[in-house]
Write a protein that binds this ligand. Structure first.
Ligand code: HEC
Ligand code: HEC
Length: 379
């Protein structure tokens, strides 16, 4: 069987102008196919609504109502729009919320969207603002104490936002991108008004103005915690070999509901040297931060042409995301419609895989720097 390469239409990221500019000389790239993909990839669009539906609706809902997957927050909330500016929203889209299912979407961080496309999406979201909302005078005091704030936080906030602010059903407040970009009064304003229509209630009358200031100061203090990483400014490599153990036989994998495969079974098949393809269905911006060794990016917004480059034989194709099923489910649905027979969704998702201490890789290539299938999964 001839060796063939897996390429994404990443050329579309920086605009269609010079798709080949960044290729190294030694890379054997099918430039014709790539140019075709770059033209066909719908993401060349500057239509904010269309882009929003294609890239964001999966989790946040077509109307921005939120909570379709992963506790993705409501984006159509007029109170959110009254509290933040365009720059805050643009940064959230470009850099994501690392460590959560909200991936970086900006091309500078390995994502699919140009700056102009991010602006178009934010302009679309701004259509959900309600100019008649008046935030009024702030009710919280200033200059809170973070020591006292911790006590308030542990009692009133941790159940939804996590003891360490890591996020549970509510968003992660210790997130480095969030902390770096949030307006100074976002926490106290959110406590004052809540986010009507969501689980985030107003805390007026529950917490005193002083307690509100204290908890804001406690959240603010997380800015200085170490080990809080921003997404790196790299993108996945341009061409990759998608098949792991190309000489092996395809595995027999037990599927739940004819669709979901358990992480431990996937790991065992890889350890047994079985012929597999592992697809990372998240936005490409997440790939470089962490992926399963040998995985190749196949984001939920991949075109049929891109997916049709995968082998249609006994190779088993497993897709995963963090959701844990929304993005990977979309990819598996597309593959099955295209006639791929051996496909499944990784049941527990990538966060579980990582938490189990199963093999992982970082960086732009499938096995990480100098890694190999043998190193990752043993002989
Ligand atoms: C795979 C699911 C998923 C997709 C797809 C997704 N998001 Fe998110 N998004 C989330 C989650 C989950 C959060 C909350 C993360 C956290 O902080 O815990 C979030 C947070 C956000 C926030 C921050 C909201 C706030 O109140 O601070 C914005 C803005 C946002 N997303 C916009 C977008 C846009 C625009 C797109 C499409 C380009 C998109 N998201 C695609 C899951 C997703
Ligand atoms: C019952 C669960 C729950 C509790 C308790 C709760 N929150 Fe929230 N919080 C949420 C949810 C859900 C959201 C996202 C709402 C949305 O969709 O916009 C949120 C949003 C927020 C936001 C906005 C974050 C962003 O990215 O826009 C802040 C700030 C916040 N909460 C602070 C607090 C603080 C401080 C407390 C404790 C005093 C608290 N919350 C208690 C569920 C909760």
């Amino acid at each position: 069987m001839g060796r063939w390469m897996w390429m994404l239409g990443l050329a579309a990221c920086g605009g269609a102008s010079a798709p080949q500019a960044e290729q190294g000389p030694e890379e054997a790239v099918d430039v014709t196919a790539q140019a075709r993909l770059a033209r066909n990839t719908p993401s060349a669009s500057l239509d904010g609504e269309q882009l929003y539906v294609e890239y964001c609706a999966l989790c946040h809902g077509e109307q921005g109502q939120g909570y379709l997957a992963d506790n993705a927050p409501m984006l159509s909330n007029p109170w959110l729009h009254a509290m933040v500016d365009d720059a805050y929203l643009e940064q959230a889209v470009k850099m994501g919320r690392p460590g959560t299912p909200m991936a970086p979407y900006g091309s500078a961080y390995g994502g699919p969207l140009s700056d102009a496309q991010v602006r178009a999406i934010v302009a679309h979201m701004r259509g959900w603002a309600d100019p008649s909302i008046d935030l009024g005078e702030p009710s919280a005091a200033t200059g809170g104490s973070h020591g006292r704030g911790k006590e308030v936080y542990d009692v009133h906030c941790a159940s939804c936002h996590g003891v360490e602010g890591e996020g549970v059903t509510g968003p992660s407040l210790a997130n480095p991108v969030f902390l770096r970009t949030m307006p100074a009064d976002l926490v106290t304003r959110t406590l004052q008004h809540g986010r009507p229509g969501t689980a985030m209630q107003s805390f007026e009358g529950v917490l005193t103005p002083r307690q509100q200031a204290d908890v804001a100061s406690y959240i603010e203090s997380w800015k200085h915690k170490r080990g809080r990483r921003l997404p790196p400014a790299t993108k996945p490599a341009r061409d990759m070999e998608p098949v792991i153990h190309a000489q092996g036989e395809g595995p027999e994998l037990p599927l739940r509901k004819d669709r979901y495969v358990a992480s431990k079974d996937v790991l065992q098949a890889l350890r047994d040297g079985r012929k597999m393809v592992i697809l990372d269905a998240r936005s490409t911006g997440d790939y470089v931060m962490y992926h399963l060794p040998g995985a190749v990016p196949a984001p939920y917004y991949s075109s049929d042409e891109e997916l049709l480059r995968l082998p249609k034989d006994d190779t088993f194709i497993v897709a995963y995301c963090a959701c844990p099923h929304a993005a990977s489910g979309k990819v598996v649905d597309k593959l099955r419609k295209l006639g791929f027979e051996h496909t499944a969704v990784l049941d527990e998702g990538v966060d579980y895989w990582r938490e189990q201490g199963f093999p992982g890789a970082t960086g732009p290539t499938p096995f990480g720097v100098k890694g190999s299938a043998a190193q990752a999964y043993g002989p």
